[in-house]
Design a protein around this ligand. Structure first.
Ligand SMILES: Cc1cc2nc3c(=O)[nH]c(=O)nc-3n(C[C@H](O)[C@H](O)[C@H](O)COP(=O)(O)OP(=O)(O)OC[C@H]3O[C@@H](n4cnc5c(N)ncnc54)[C@H](O)[C@@H]3O)c2cc1C
Length: 398
């Protein structure tokens, strides 16, 4: 079997499978490697926001995902005080106005199988330890070595490979833990983002998978002060013992173990390329710093990288200026949104702000609507305007 490819992709999560699908679809010889054998689980809230759905449709898996997932069109946000605001998921220009919850064990396997059907050579159980760039290509070192013109790194929040090639990404700034529960008697049929009973700055979630089962979890942002005292597990335990969760989970059973994983949300300052190498998805820090959604950005950046690689291969130009152009495309698309989400996260994820904002949002529906439209990509994020000025502006006009 030849070990020479046009492109090697490391990591077969949503970012790697999406990049592999689009490249193979265009006739590129692609090798997709993952250290796990599939199907494999990925610790996640399993929520798919509407902006993830157009790519699933293009890949031809949206019907399979929708039929296996739980469709939701409404969400609730609860303040530390317990006060809540409810709203519908807004309509995006090219996406349905609903979201889905589907276990990653299933979603990632559907995406991978689709990539394989489109011609991708997938090899599981292959742990990539190093990459070496030469003037005419890259060598990928695992159990054996592979050679390509270019590599796409899609290794998620696991930064070991990036560190080994000197990219030194920052330590993931959020840690989160989740467990599955069954037999929940009064499970509301909508997304719940909860700030009552959680470690702040942080959040808890209840994402229904059916009428009586859910993915429940909690995460917190490492501020530097607290990280030596807190773990994702303790944040999770504090959340599920909060009064609302305790009552909701009264007759329920936890299925499987509690699992935790870090989250990287540092795209705004993260590197996205090095010689003959592009980074996609969470390897480029592409998880929203406020909401924690990253599957949508993983799918989108996989497609963007594939299109740019095709362009470079056609030109026969993998120079630094071409790699830099990929970074520019990502910045044009996401930089404002990530900076805005960071600002909101810094200002709003504390008890005082949340206890003020949630009742304000309940009384002024245009406020959460404006924020969710920006976060879900329906409206552009303001470049400079501070979050506080937006809140004051919306509140004054209503
Ligand atoms: C607790 C938690 C809850 C979350 N909830 C949500 C949510 O509800 N909705 C949402 O949109 N996002 C959520 N996220 C974020 C989301 O999980 C990630 O953004 C998403 O998985 C990123 O996709 P990816 O393809 O970039 O990386 P991943 O899905 O992490 O895939 C990376 C792949 O690379 C492989 N890999 C890593 N290193 C190597 C190596 N050296 N060699 C070979 N293979 C390697 C891994 O095995 C893995 O399969 C959550 C994250 C966490 C931790």
């Amino acid at each position: 079997m030849s070990n020479r490819f046009d492109v090697v992709i490391v990591g077969a999560g949503p970012a790697g499978s999406s990049a592999a699908f689009y490249l193979a679809h265009a006739g590129v010889k692609v090798l997709l490697l993952d250290k796990a054998d599939f199907p494999r689980d990925k610790t996640c809230g399993d929520g798919l926001v509407p902006r993830a759905l157009p790519i699933l449709a293009e890949m031809g898996v949206v019907d399979a995902v929708t039929s296996r997932g739980c469709k939701l069109d409404h969400l609730q946000v609860s303040a530390p005080s317990g006060r809540s605001v409810h709203f519908d998921i807004p309509r995006l220009p090219h996406a349905p106005n609903h979201a889905l919850v589907i276990p990653r064990l299933e979603l990632d396997n559907l995406l991978l199988q689709r990539a394989i059907e489109s011609g991708v050579d997938f090899r599981g159980g292959v742990h990539v330890r190093a990459l070496q760039t030469e003037s005419d290509g890259v060598t990928v070192y695992a159990n054996e070595s592979y050679r390509a013109a270019l590599v796409i790194v899609a290794t998620g929040a696991n930064t070991a490979l990036l560190s080994s090639i000197g990219m030194n990404p920052p330590k993931p700034n959020i840690v989160a833990a989740r467990a599955y529960f069954e037999g929940i008697e009064a499970l509301p049929p909508y997304f719940q983002f909860r700030f009552d009973g959680v470690v702040l700055p942080g959040y808890g979630w209840v994402f229904p998978l059916s009428a009586s089962s859910a993915n429940i979890g909690a995460g917190f942002i490492r501020t530097g002060k607290r990280e030596h005292h807190q773990s994702a597990q303790t944040a999770f335990n504090s959340f599920i013992h909060s009064p609302v969760l305790k009552s909701m989970l009264g007759g329920a059973t936890q299925v499987g173990s509690l699992r935790s994983f870090p989250i990287r949300t540092d795209f705004a300052s993260a590197p996205t390329f090095t010689e003959r190498t592009l980074l996609v998805g969470e390897a480029a820090g592409l998880v929203n710093p406020l909401t924690g959604d990253g599957i949508d950005f993983a799918l989108e950046s996989g497609k963007i990288a594939a299109e740019h690689v095709l362009h470079m291969l056609r030109l026969g130009d993998i120079s630094r200026s071409q790699l830099q152009a990929y970074d520019t495309i990502l910045r044009q698309r996401y930089q404002n949104l990530f900076r805005f989400s960071q600002r909101v996260s810094h200002m709003a994820l504390n008890r005082r702000a949340l206890d003020w904002l949630v009742p304000l949002a309940a009384a002024r529906p245009k406020l959460p609507e404006a924020l969710v439209n920006i976060l879900l990509g329906a409206k552009p994020a303001p470049e400079h305007l501070s979050f506080l000025r937006i809140v004051k502006g919306v509140a004054a006009r209503l």
